[in-house]
Design a protein around this ligand. Structure first.
Ligand SMILES: C[S@@+](CC[C@H](N)C(=O)[O-])C[C@H]1O[C@@H](n2cnc3c(N)ncnc32)[C@H](O)[C@@H]1O
Length: 261
C-alpha cells in the first residue's frame, strides 16, 4: 500500500456521527470499533473524545491502512488495530484496567456482512460488553455460527417497556435508560423500517449490494433490534442521519446483565 486509504463518505458522515457518539459515549472509557475500514473515523472520533480509548479492529487486509492513519495522527488513545472477523471464535478484550469494553461502535458493516455474520456480530458484542470470552459455540459463519435461536437460550430477553417502532424520543437526555455505564452499542448505516426502503437511493444501493454478494443487503431494523434484545440490550435511540442513514443506539442497563454461566 502506497498511501493512506481514503473514504470520501467518511469525511461527509463523521461529524453527524460524532454528535451522536459525544452524547452516548460520554460516560464510556473503552470503545471497540468493528470494521474500522480506512481508519478515518477512528482518528477523528478518538481526537474529539480524548476520554475514550478507541480500539480499532477489522479483517486482516484492512489493518495496514488503519495503522497508517493511527500512526500519522499520533494520538494517545488509539492502540494498534487488532484483527477481528466477527465470525471468529475469540474477540479481543480491552487492554485496560477494566478488562473489557464498555462501548462498541460500527459503521456501514451490517449490510456488507452476511446474516450469519450479523448474528455473530451481536453474539460477540454481548460477550465483550460483559468482559467474557466468546462461548465455544460461536464459530466461523457457515460452520456453526450462532443462530438467533442459539442466542436466545444463552442470553436473557430484554427490552420490556420499549415498543418496537417507537424511536428517537427514547434517546432524549434524562431518559431513565441513560447515565448507566454498563455497555453501549452504536451502529451507523442504512436500515429498512417496516420492510420498506427509506429512499429510492437505498433501494438501488441494496440491489447493487446483492448483485455483488447475494449474502449482503440492507438490514431490517426490526430484525437487528431483535438480535440486540437477545443480548440484553435496550434500544435508546434511532437517530436520522444525512443521506438516509441511521444511528441506532442500544444500552445495557445493570439490571439486564446476564448472570454468569
Ligand atoms: C463499507 S466498509 C465500512 C468501513 C468503515 N466502517 C466506514 O464506515 O467507512 C465495510 C467494513 O466491514 C468490514 N467487515 C465486513 N465483514 C466483516 C466481518 N465478517 N468481520 C469484521 N468486519 C467485517 C469490512 O472489512 C469493512 O471494513
Amino acid at each position: 500500500m502506497t498511501g493512506k486509504p481514503f473514504s470520501p463518505a467518511c469525511e461527509r458522515n463523521r461529524d453527524p456521527i460524532l454528535a451522536v457518539l459525544r452524547e452516548f459515549f460520554s460516560d464510556c472509557r473503552h470503545v471497540l470499533e468493528i470494521g474500522s475500514g480506512s481508519g478515518q473515523h477512528a482518528v477523528h472520533f478518538a481526537a474529539a473524545m480524548p476520554w475514550l480509548d478507541w480500539q480499532c479492529s477489522d479483517r486482516t487486509e484492512y489493518l495496514p491502512g488503519i495503522r497508517m492513519w493511527i500512526e500519522e495522527a499520533e494520538l494517545a488513545n488509539t492502540p494498534a488495530p487488532v484483527e477481528l472477523d466477527v465470525a471468529d471464535a475469540r474477540w479481543p478484550r480491552a487492554a485496560s484496567d477494566s478488562g473489557h469494553f464498555d462501548a462498541v461502535f460500527t459503521a456501514n458493516t451490517l449490510h456488507i456482512m452476511g446474516w450469519a455474520e450479523v448474528e455473530a456480530f451481536f453474539a460477540g458484542v454481548g460477550q465483550v460488553l460483559d468482559g467474557r470470552d466468546m462461548a465455544p459455540a460461536a464459530t466461523r459463519a457457515g460452520s456453526g455460527a450462532p443462530s438467533s435461536g442459539a442466542l436466545r437460550h444463552l442470553l436473557p430477553q430484554a427490552g420490556e417497556g420499549l415498543e418496537s417502532g417507537s424511536v428517537a424520543a427514547q434517546g432524549e437526555p434524562g431518559s431513565a435508560l441513560r447515565g448507566n455505564n454498563s455497555g453501549v452499542l452504536v451502529v451507523y448505516g442504512p436500515f429498512n423500517h417496516g420492510g420498506a426502503y427509506s429512499s429510492d437511493g437505498n433501494r438501488e444501493f441494496d440491489g447493487w449490494l446483492k448483485a455483488r454478494d447475494p449474502r449482503s443487503g440492507i438490514r431490517d431494523f426490526e430484525a437487528v433490534d431483535a438480535l440486540a434484545n437477545m443480548i440484553g440490550l435496550q434500544r435508546v435511540a434511532d437517530v436520522a442521519m444525512p443521506a438516509n442513514n441511521r444511528c441506532l443506539v442500544w444500552r445495557r442497563t445493570a439490571r439486564d446483565l446476564p448472570s454468569p454461566a
